[in-house]
Write a protein that binds this ligand. Structure first.
Ligand code: HEC
Length: 197
């Protein structure tokens, strides 16, 4: 469920972003007629996409155990860009459109940054890595079960199989961005500490 919603969210955000980007380009290049035509073609699509984007976004927020500062900043950016965009395209105001685009690009950049930050490649401590990247779903003790996550105290997998799950994902579990060395350290930690609890 969680991963399906996350997928719908990413897809709708991407389409939303594309429509938005094209509109800004048309506006900035004074292509008002094309802009009007584009707006009327994409009107319904945009309504569907932005509703999906919002509903899935709200659902995802309710599923996150702790709201991080980065997420709050991202939300403020998105919230600020929407009214700006509405006014900008109503009045064909380029400056407002640019500001709005900046906010959206900022929010998108922050989302990418926090994803990239998840596994710092210099980190090789299994416990720290586990707490940073796995505990959101599996919990510090392995039993949290967030988003349908498997209870890791009950796993029957071998170390190699766990490394494989981490690097390639499994069913509802998305693959985790980390090096093989890191995945080995985490798998070791899961088998030696989490499973014993
Ligand atoms: C986004 C949530 C999420 C994150 C983050 C996550 N997992 Fe999972 N994990 C899941 C879900 C959901 C499943 C169940 C997959 C399935 O349907 O079989 C799972 C299954 C597993 C399994 C398989 C257990 C078994 O015996 O079948 C292992 C091992 C595992 N996770 C380890 C990890 C480790 C280690 C990390 C951190 C590097 C991690 N997971 C990060 C959600 C997550």
């Amino acid at each position: 469920m969680f991963s399906a919603i996350l997928k719908i969210h990413s897809i709708s955000v991407t389409i939303f972003f594309l429509i938005y980007f094209i509109k800004t380009l048309l506006l900035l290049s004074n292509a008002y007629e094309k802009l009007e035509r584009f707006k009327s073609y994409t009107k319904i699509l945009e309504m569907i996409i932005s509703t999906l984007f919002l509903i899935t976004g709200i659902y995802l927020i309710t599923q996150i155990p702790e709201i991080k500062t980065m997420l709050i900043i991202k939300l403020i950016f998105v919230a600020a860009s929407i009214p700006l965009a509405v006014v900008a395209y109503k009045k064909n105001n380029k400056i407002l459109a640019l500001f709005s685009l900046m906010f959206i690009v900022g929010a998108y950049g922050l989302a990418e940054m926090s994803r990239a930050k998840k596994a710092d490649a210099s980190l090789t401590d299994g416990e720290l890595l586990y707490e940073k990247t796995c505990a959101v779903c599996h919990g510090n003790d392995g039993k949290l079960g967030m988003a349908g996550a498997y209870d890791l105290t009950q796993t029957q997998l071998t170390k190699t199989e766990i490394v494989n799950v981490i690097l390639n994902g499994k069913e509802a579990m998305p693959k985790v961005q980390m090096t093989e060395e890191q995945a080995n350290a985490v798998a070791e930690y899961v088998l030696t500490t989490i499973k014993k609890q």
